[in-house]
Every structure is written in C-alpha cells, then in structure tokens.
Design a protein around this ligand. Structure first.
Ligand code: AMP
Length: 217
C-alpha cells in the first residue's frame, strides 16, 4: 500500500508519519530527510540539492524521482510506504506513477493535512528535528523530555536553517504555487483524498490520520 501525505511545511506531516510508521511497521519516505542525509554524507546529490534547499526552492524533479526510485528498491514490496514531502509538483506526481508501476505498486490514497498559515509559521519557528532518526519536536507544543535531545534515539536535535523566517515564507509560497495544485491532480485521480484538520493537538490529529489511512487499505 502507498499513501501520500500532502500539506504545507510545518503542518505536521513528519511528526504524524514517524508515529504511524512505527506503529504499523510502514516505511516513512521523506524526500527532505533523504536529501539532508545526502548532504551530510557529502554525496553528489547532496551537493546539487544544497543551494535549492537553503533558498527554500524545490530540488529539480529528475533528481527527486531518481532518489525515490532507488530508495524504493530497498523496501519490501509488501511494506506500506508513507510518502512525506513527495510528490511536490505535478511532474513528480506523474513520474511517481511510472516509478510505482515499475515496483508493482500504486497510490492507495492521499491525506491532505490542513492548517492556517499562522500556525505553520509558529510551528516552524519552534521546530527541532533529529538528524539521526527523523523525529520532529516543537519547543512550544511537543518538547522532548530532555532539552535538545531526541527521545527516540538520543541524537542531538537541530533547528533547521531553512526554518528561519525568510526561508519559511518562500517555502510557503512555493507550496502554494507548485504543490497545492496536486490536490486537484489527486482529486481527479482514482485514489481517495482525505482532509485531516491539523491545527489541533498531535494526538487528536493522529487519531484521525490513522483512521483515514486504515480506511485506505
Ligand atoms: P522538507 O523536509 O520536506 O520540508 O524539505 C526540505 C527541502 O528539501 C525543501 O524545501 C526542498 O528544497 C527539498 N525537497 C524535499 N522534498 C522535495 C521534493 N519532493 N521535491 C523538491 N524538493 C524537495
């Protein structure tokens, strides 16, 4: 089964995806996490992606599709895949169809997380991420047990450079221009698209999110 998590930066897709992946043994595929890992590892992809990411712009579609195609090869065909932050353009969504067909898979559903811009800005300013395991915290709404330390793996939490206010407004603009059109793309598709209001406590959002994904099986 393949589920796409759609929604603007800061809406909580990563937090929800990490939790669901852990509880139902799914693979959480965040292209943002994969790109940050490539940067840390000093790969050619990491070097190519760096400028786009720091400016809040999208990394070119062909690089992203190659990355996803390769990554999927390491995931067993029966494992559920939760895509987080991918696809982000209509070209990626179209490319994904081909990649999934090659892998004998298809999109089973799309979850659209919805929250007002002020919530997104506030969440991004308080966000702390674990570069080691992908867990996401928020100093205001969902702090770790020990300051700056990941509860799951003990990694040192970071405030991402692209969560700085100027880059955040560009990322929200890019979302509206390039990613939001995917809502009508998938609404016109066979797969169901379900909206989950995300301007609530993490546990409340999670309860709805999990129920919606269960219904996509
Ligand atoms: P995220 O962690 O999903 O917020 O992604 C951080 C940054 O990585 C984005 O602002 C983009 O520069 C880049 N990125 C992540 N996923 C994609 C994607 N599917 N397409 C293009 N760029 C991406």
């Amino acid at each position: 089964m393949v589920v796409i998590l759609l929604g603007p930066p800061g809406v909580g897709k990563g937090t929800q995806a990490v939790r669901l992946a852990e509880e139902v043994y799914a693979a959480h595929v965040s292209t943002g996490d994969l790109l940050r890992a490539a940067r840390r590892d000093g790969t050619a992809l990491g070097a190519k992606a760096q400028g786009f990411m720091d400016a809040g712009e999208l990394v070119p579609d062909d690089l992203i599709l190659d990355l996803v195609r390769e990554h999927l090869k390491g995931i067993a065909p029966e494992t559920t895949v939760l895509f987080d932050g991918f696809p982000r353009t209509t070209a990626q969504a179209t490319g994904l169809r081909g990649v999934l067909t090659e892998a004998g898979r298809q999109v089973n559903g799309v979850v659209l997380f919805v929250a007002p811009d002020e919530t997104l800005v506030k969440r991004l300013s308080g966000r702390r991420s674990c570069p080691d395991c992908g867990a996401v915290y928020n100093v205001f709404f969902n702090p770790p047990g020990t300051e700056d330390t990941c509860d799951r793996c003990g990694g040192a939490l970071v405030h991402r450079a692209d969560d700085a206010p100027d880059t955040v407004s560009r990322r929200l603009e890019v979302y509206r221009e390039q990613t939001a059109p995917l809502v009508s793309f998938y609404e016109a598709d066979q797969a169901p698209l379900e909206r989950v209001p995300a301007d609530r406590a993490v546990d409340e959002v999670y309860a709805d999110f999990r129920a919606v994904v269960e219904g996509m099986k």
